[in-house]
Write a protein that binds this ligand. Structure first.
Ligand SMILES: [Zn+2]
Length: 138
């Protein structure tokens, strides 16, 4: 089992630190966030230590998404809604709190006061340049 010394999610995966577990299998844990953006927010973390999606094995990432697909309907139902945001921070510019791969199920309600995903825009011709730059990097 891959572990990182001092990682809070590794400690939770090893049951050395308490967490409100709502689902568990041999590869992942789903726990209540202790700092929820909205009540019922779930953190799905892999039991092995990977920093983020950049270094996670593909089969583990696929499994994590399959677990989210399985549990998210129950999470939102329990919270009295039918909507959620799925989020994952990848890389230091995201200002992630824990560098151990995890995703968030954030329940949303029609009357909540969370901000809408902010809209940006491109200058004239900028989107074509950025598209080409990304395609060359793939
Ligand atoms: Zn860890």
């Amino acid at each position: 089992m891959i572990r990182e010394e001092g990682c809070v999610f590794c400690e939770i995966a090893d049951k050395k630190k308490p967490a409100d577990i709502v689902f568990e299998d041999d590869k992942v844990l789903a726990i209540l966030s202790n700092a929820p953006t909205s009540k019922g927010q779930i953190v799905i973390l892999c039991k092995e230590h990977y920093v983020n999606l950049f270094d996670m094995p593909l089969d583990l990432a696929q499994h994590m998404l399959a677990v989210i697909k399985k549990i998210a309907p129950g999470v939102v139902k329990a919270m009295g809604t039918d909507s959620y945001i799925l989020g994952m921070n990848n890389g230091p510019a995201t200002r992630n709190h824990v560098d151990h791969a995890h995703m968030h199920i954030v329940p949303r309600h029609m009357d909540d006061d969370l901000p809408k995903w902010p809209d940006g825009k491109y200058a004239e011709g900028e989107s074509e340049l950025i598209k080409e730059k990304i395609i060359k990097s793939l």
